[in-house]
Design a protein around this ligand. Structure first.
Ligand code: PNS
Length: 161
């Protein structure tokens, strides 16, 4: 069986915490699609093309990982890609209620698709896209939170504002 997983998220922007999760998922599954959810109701920090481009650079060393964007329901996207599993990262605190609720809703929507959780590394447990957005917006040094290609994309977006 070809084990194929979707690693979905907003990735606004992609962080080293996301990289850690996708590297570990790539060892467990034959194929992983990093899927950037397009939420038209929310104004993003980075446009979806920038997020896809940054993620592509971030996972370029992982031959079984690709990057796509999707709109609509995640379980429908997973079905369209013949993927059986959704992967989500879990940090120390705060994530559990939301993740549990969403995983249950997704299971109700499509019981054939399983959600699994990978615990982030201890050193990334504080890291989130919103921390990076805040630091970047306030002129702080975010280079320790993201890969260099993503740092450059953020820099270009901030200076073009
Ligand atoms: O990184 P995020 O912001 O937690 O990612 C959220 C994302 C994109 C995975 C989630 O919002 C999503 O799956 N959106 C698509 C709509 C959907 O299927 N929602 C779940 C049913 S409750």
């Amino acid at each position: 069986m070809h084990r194929k997983a979707i690693y979905p998220g907003s990735f606004d922007p992609p962080t080293l915490g996301h990289l850690d999760v996708v590297e570990r998922a790539a060892k467990i599954f034959d194929e992983v699609i990093v899927a950037v959810g397009i939420n038209s109701a929310k104004v993003p920090f980075l446009p979806v093309e920038d997020r896809v481009q940054g993620l592509q650079a971030m996972v370029s060393h992982l031959p079984n990982v690709s990057v796509m964007s999707f709109s609509g329901l995640l379980v429908d996207f997973a079905t369209s890609q013949s993927a059986q599993v959704l992967v989500r990262g879990l940090r120390l605190t705060g994530d559990f209620d939301y993740e549990f609720q969403t995983a249950l809703a997704n299971r109700r929507l499509n019981p054939a698709i399983e959600t699994i959780f990978l615990m982030t590394k201890w050193e990334h447990s504080y890291l989130s896209s919103s921390v990076v957005r805040e630091v970047a917006s306030l002129g702080g040094d975010y280079s320790g939170f993201v890969v260099p290609a993503v740092a450059e994309i953020i820099r270009n977006r901030i200076t073009s504002r």
